[in-house]
Design a protein around this ligand. Structure first.
Ligand code: GLA
Length: 385
């Protein structure tokens, strides 16, 4: 963890930091857009990190600096609001505002210097990593004991209330609960989770970052959340459900009769079949059936493309060429609308796959994608100096 970071901290504040912190980012194997529908997902933390050097201040200011940003943000703990001038600082600042809102007395300010090697706006959850990291920093520095799942919930409250994205808990839980070589089977109905060994037997899980920029708050993400709410309202008087995840695949015929709007019906069909794909993926993984797992990944991409309509031309093209160049399964991961995908590819074919996909994608869009092997890792880390 970061000599550049400690050096920058020292140069900026003329003293050494007290602690170093790190948060990984995440992929989601299966279970997309199910979290805010109280359904199932199977994410894992991967070893691309945001790190931070932190120390206390004698006043009540929060001074935020990032090696990846052009400007610093400094705000008093007594006067935090979401504002345009705070720019990227609105993410970390939300954590302090949320703690204050929860009634915590924060007796001193902090200096924080961040450094990230998570590709920005990549669908790998750089924003949740920043939120979780800052929630973790605050819990350690202010001595507020929080379990990893409580850190995740604090970060989630901050993202929804302070930053205005109506997202589910997937990203925050994946990052806070990450465990080396394990996937996390998350049930968003009650936020319960279970660690799962998922083995790909001779295959690697490649991550492909499309390098298409997007901003979730202004993307159709919130529209999808609204469409799902609308579907629940329509179905509730007829079927005994609280969320779309209470529906089974066998209920879809009934839903088709009840929902007159074809677009809304297709949103429902994605959520219901995606929850089933998570269950099927777990079973296939238990049986060591990699071909079945790959087929489920492909079906998920098709459903996100045709029914949920969140893939877009870049991710669809990556799906097409990944299968052409040897992947047996490939799907977008995260919110979509640009972002990233994951692909299952034979270990010995990875380098050639990477070269061919990069060349073809660059030829079509003039953009170099970033492709690397996923390394599933532990969640939040703290180190005293
Ligand atoms: C984003 C959101 C998550 C989840 C995914 C889609 O990453 O932050 O809560 O909804 O999209 O599965």
């Amino acid at each position: 963890m970061g000599s550049n970071l400690t050096f920058t901290y020292f140069r900026t504040f003329q003293k050494s930091p007290e602690k170093l912190f790190a948060a990984p980012c995440r992929i989601n194997l299966i279970g997309e857009h199910t979290d805010y529908n109280l359904g199932l997902a199977l994410p894992a933390a991967i070893s691309k990190y945001i790190t931070a050097a932190v120390g206390k201040r004698s006043d009540r200011k929060i001074h935020l600096k990032s090696l990846n940003k052009r400007y610093d943000v400094e705000v008093s703990l007594d006067n935090i609001s979401n504002s345009v001038e705070n720019g990227w600082g609105n993410y970390p600042l939300g954590i302090f505002a949320t703690l204050i809102k929860r009634g915590h007395k924060l007796p001193f300010g902090l200096n924080i210097v961040y450094q990230s090697n998570v590709p920005i706006a990549s669908g790998l959850s750089s924003s949740a990593a920043l939120l979780n990291l800052t929630a973790f920093i605050a819990s350690v520095m202010y001595d507020i004991p929080l379990k990893p799942e409580e850190i995740a919930l604090l970060a989630h409250q901050s993202e929804t209330e302070f930053n205005g994205l109506q997202c589910g808990v997937l990203d925050e839980f994946a990052i806070a609960l990450g465990k080396k070589d394990k996937c996390i089977l998350l049930d968003c109905k009650d936020n319960s989770f279970e660690y799962k060994d998922v083995e790909f037997k001779g295959y690697v899980l490649a991550v492909i970052v499309s390098n298409v920029r997007r901003n979730l708050v202004v993307s159709p993400y919130n529209t999808r959340v609204e469409e799902c709410k609308k579907a629940v309202e329509t179905l509730k008087p007829h079927l005994n459900i609280q969320s779309l995840s209470d529906l089974k695949v066998s209920d879809l015929e009934k839903c088709k009769d009840l929902i007159k709007d074809d677009v809304i019906y297709r949103r429902v069909r994605h959520i219901v079949t995606e929850n089933q794909r998570v269950r099927d993926f777990i079973l296939a993984s238990k049986d060591g059936d990699v071909a079945k797992m790959a087929d489920i990944l492909n079906k998920s991409h098709e459903s996100l493309r045709d029914d949920y309509e969140v893939t877009g031309e870049y991710l669809d093209y990556l799906h097409e060429i990944s299968l052409k160049y040897g992947a047996i399964g490939e799907r977008m991961t995260g919110a979509g609308f640009g972002g990233s995908s994951i692909a299952l590819i034979k270990k010995e074919d990875f380098e050639v796959f990477k070269e061919k996909v990069s060349k073809d994608y660059d030829h079509k869009f003039g953009i170099d994608p970033l492709i690397f092997e996923a390394d599933i890792c532990d969640g939040l880390v703290v180190k005293s100096l």
